[in-house]
Design a protein around this ligand. Sequence first.
Ligand code: SF4
Length: 387
Amino acid sequence: MPSLYVHVPFCIQKCEYCAFYSQALTDTPRELISLYLEGLEVEISKRQKDAPQGVSSLFIGGGTPTALKEVELEQLLGMINSFFTMNSDTEKTVEGNPGTLSVDKITILRRFGINRFSLGVQSFEDRLLRAVGRAHTAQQAREAIQRLREAGFKNINLDLMFGLPGQDMELWQASVEEALSYTPEHLSLYGLMLEEGTPLYARYGEIKESEKDGQVDQLPDDDLQAEMYEWAAVRLKKAGFRQYETSNFALPGFECQHNLGYWRGEDYLGLGPGGVSCLERVRWKNIEDVRSYSNLLSNGQSPMDEEGKEALSLSECMAERMILGLRLEEGVNLISFQNDFGADLRDIYRNVLERYNSGDVFVFQGDYLRLNPRYAFVANTILQEFV
Ligand code: SF4
C-alpha cells in the first residue's frame, strides 16, 4: 500500500525563510480555495485506483491545512475519507500552526479520525518568531498544545528550529526545555536553511563574514548551530527520546510511520498542487499553481507537471535508498536492498564504503548498514557520495 500525502498550499502569511509551494491567504481570494477543493476532489477520485487496498498512512500538510475555514476542512477530510480506505489505527497526521487551531477545527479533526498532529512551534521566543516572519506567538503555541491534548490527541509532534537570527544557546535550550515540559511524543528539530529567492536569503544569504557585525540579529555561525543540534540530541535522549532520523526524535512507538515510509523507499501518492508521487519507480510532480491545477482537472486532464515526471533508473533508486535510509538510525536493510534491486549494496558501493571505512563513518550491524551517529550533523555532505 502506498502512503498518501495531501498538499494544502495556503498559509496565513509567508514565513521569510520559506521556499515551499504555498501562498499567503492575505493575497488569496477565497474563491481560489473553493477551486482548489474542487480540483482536489477530482484528483482524489482518479487516483483512488492507485491504492486499491487502501493507504498505509495519511499526512495532510502544506502550507498550513488548519488555515482553512472549518467548513473547508470538513470538505477536505470528507473527500479523503470517502475515497481512500484506512483502518482506525492507520496513522493520520495533520500539520498546522499555532494561531489557526480553533476548538471547532480540532473537533472536526478528531471526528474524521485524525490521530496525530504536527504543530509548527519553531520557538517559544516571540522575538525569534518575528525575526523570521512567523504568523503566531509563543503563547498561541502553548494554547494550541493544550487544546490538542484536551481534545484527546495522544500523538503530538512539535517542530522546533535552531539557527534563527538572534538565537543563542540559552534561547535554544529554553525552547527545547519548554517543549519537553509539554511531554510531546515526537519532536522534529530543523536548522534554518537560507533558500535562494526568500526574503531571509536576501537579508543574510550574501553577507560576508566581515559585514555581519552591522546586523541587528546575527545568524548563529555553523559551529554554534552544530552545538545547538548536538546539545538537543543529548538532552532528548536523556528525556527518553530515540533519534530515529537525523532531525526526528520520538518516544518508543511514536516514530512517524508516514515519513518512515519515504525514508525506507516505499511508494507514495502526493495529491494537490505541488504534490509529488512515486509509484513503481516512476516519480511525478503536480504543477504548483492552484488555478491551473484545478482547471486541468475539471477539463479531464492531468495536473502533472510534464517536466517533473521521471522514470527512475535502477542506479538512481539505489542511490536514493542509501541517502534516505542512512538518515535513519536503523540504517539501510541489506536484505531489502538485495530483494528490491537484486544486488548487494556492499558490492555496489564498495568504493564509497572503503573510502570512509578508516574513519568509522559507516557501521555494519546485523542486517543493516548505518551511519555512525557522530556524523549526523554532516550527513548531507557524506551522503552525496552515493549519487
Ligand atoms: S507556515 Fe510553513 S509552509 Fe507556510 S510559509 Fe511558513 S514555513 Fe512555509
